[in-house]
Design a protein around this ligand. Structure first.
Ligand SMILES: Nc1ncnc2c1ncn2[C@@H]1O[C@H](COP(=O)(O)OP(=O)(O)O)[C@@H](O)[C@H]1O
Ligand SMILES: [Mg+2]
Length: 246
């Protein structure tokens, strides 16, 4: 089953001065796929991720996520859909410095009106343990390192058991060792929970470890590669080339 289906999606910003950022994007992402989204700065990666995350609407075209056509949902229904279906991991992870790691993981649950029952607290603790930080959970978040904070942001994104996780440069602010650990963790979640992942990255090494690499260039899909099918060497060659192959 397709987790994501985009049909001729266009995005234009501005009223008087119009800037078209995405052009007729067609793509299908099957359930459980781990997809890297790459492309030069300004190519439209974050814009596309915001559309997929129902944080913004396309100018035209359809976005279907898990059988739900997003253009048919009201703002309230969209917010509800985001809470139930999606997990977000952004580089600036919007953690709240006044609160502990555990409180930060529980925050979205509290904000969306969830109570403080034992079950959800136990689940939050289990996830913090899962990202290897049980010894840090009662510390204030700003006492943790960048890599640790990113792992807490991942635990937070996992709390509502999302079917689809959208990550914008999740390893961008990390040194290569903690970046590797974060990536490994995402891949474990992908295979254990059957979660679909779209990971925006600048990092060639991160992309090479994905099941599929999609490259955006000036708002169109320029390449669509599967390293495990065509091999590492060929993938590298394709990525070096400036020609579009889609
Ligand atoms: N809200 C906005 N209003 C106008 N232009 C925007 C807006 N958001 C993004 N853009 C423009 O869209 C283009 C793509 O941006 P973005 O999706 O952030 O690229 P990327 O994430 O690939 O670096 C850029 O030229 C950017 O200036
Ligand atoms: Mg971006």
């Amino acid at each position: 089953m397709a987790m994501i289906k985009l049909n001729k999606v266009n995005k234009i910003f501005g009223k008087e001065v119009k800037t078209q950022v995405l052009f007729d994007i067609d793509i299908e992402v099957p359930q459980e796929q781990f997809m890297a989204l790459i492309g030069p700065s300004g190519s439209g990666k974050s814009t596309l991720l915001n559309l997929l995350g129902a944080l913004d609407r396309p100018t035209s075209g359809d976005i279907i996520i898990g059988r739900q056509n997003l253009s048919l949902l009201s703002e309230n229904k969209l917010a509800d859909f985001r809470n139930r279906f999606l997990g977000f991991i952004f580089q600036f992870h919007y953690l709240l410095p006044e609160f502990t790691a555990l409180e930060n993981v529980l925050m979205p649950h509290w904000i969306s009106g969830g109570g403080n029952d034992h079950r959800i607290t136990r689940e939050a603790k289990r996830l913090i343990d899962r990202v290897g930080l049980s010894s840090q959970m009662h510390k204030r978040i700003n006492l943790l390192s960048g890599g640790q904070q990113q792992r807490i942001a991942i635990a937070r994104a996992l709390l509502n058991r999302p079917k689809l996780i959208l990550a914008d440069e999740p390893t961008g602010a990390l040194d290569s060792k903690s970046g590797d650990q974060v990536l490994e963790l995402l891949q474990e979640v992908n295979s254990e929970n059957h979660t679909t992942f779209i990971v925006v990255t600048h990092d060639r090494n991160v992309a090479m470890r994905a099941e599929r690499i999609v490259e955006l260039r000036d708002g169109i899909i320029c390449k669509d590669l599967k390293p495990s099918v065509i091999g590492t060497e060929r993938t590298m060659e394709e990525l070096e080339s400036h020609e579009c192959t889609v």
